[in-house]
Design a protein around this ligand. Structure first.
Ligand SMILES: [Mg+2]
Length: 209
């Protein structure tokens, strides 16, 4: 156990689950019914990591998507995401190993995702990771999603530790901003494959120096 770090808090999409593509596909499938589409470029530079509701608000402001459609598109998108999750979400050995080892070493483990609770619970069950978490938060557990710091502050509160004692594992600028604003320590990953025990352990050690 490190003196500086007592909890590891993971983002979900792009960190524990390679779901970027699923969210992209699912939202576009719903949007296309109404003649709208988000390009891959816009997805990567602007939309990725934001809750669906925020994405729809942006589409209304920027491209005139009728506000009345938000509810329906949001529901469809969620259904399409679930179809993809059930077909594609699987356990990853490196993650199971990392979480079980960190837990055995006495670290508290948290999850803080900008996705809705239903997605968080289903994905964590499908990956086999659900039982490792001492606290599991979705965007429905806070009033302001990332990039606001709320979800990381709330995760720390539920884990009973100071935000500065949390190492947050994040993959995109929106989540990084949230973690930094919360005052947590940060480990940035490019893909789900960077989330290994060795990598996390190295970051924990660095925080203690
Ligand atoms: Mg992410």
């Amino acid at each position: 156990m490190s003196a500086a770090i007592s909890a590891i808090v993971f983002d979900m999409d792009g960190v524990l689950v390679d779901a970027k593509e699923w969210h992209y596909e699912a939202l576009n499938r719903a949007l296309k019914l109404f003649g709208f589409e988000i390009s891959r470029y816009d997805h990567l530079v602007t939309y990725d990591g934001l809750p669906t509701r925020t994405k729809l608000e942006m589409l209304s402001l920027e491209r005139g998507l009728p506000l009345q459609l938000h509810e329906f598109i949001n529901e469809l998108k969620q259904q399409y995401t679930m179809e993809l999750v059930h077909a594609r979400c699987k356990p990853l050995f490196a993650h199971e190993y990392a979480l079980s080892r960190l837990k055995a070493e006495g670290y508290l483990l948290g999850l803080a995702s900008n996705s809705v609770r239903d997605s968080v619970e289903t994905m964590m069950r499908k990956t086999g990771l659900v039982d490792y978490f001492d606290a599991m938060l979705s965007n429905q557990d806070v009033t302001e999603p990332k990039p606001a710091p709320n979800i990381y502050l709330e995760a720390a509160r539920r884990l009973g530790v100071a935000p500065e004692a949390c190492l947050v594992v994040e993959d995109n600028p929106i989540g990084i901003k949230a973690a930094e604003a919360a005052g947590a320590k940060l480990m940035v990953v490019e893909t789900v494959h960077d989330v290994t025990y060795a990598n996390i352990e190295r970051h924990i050690r660095r925080c203690g120096e």
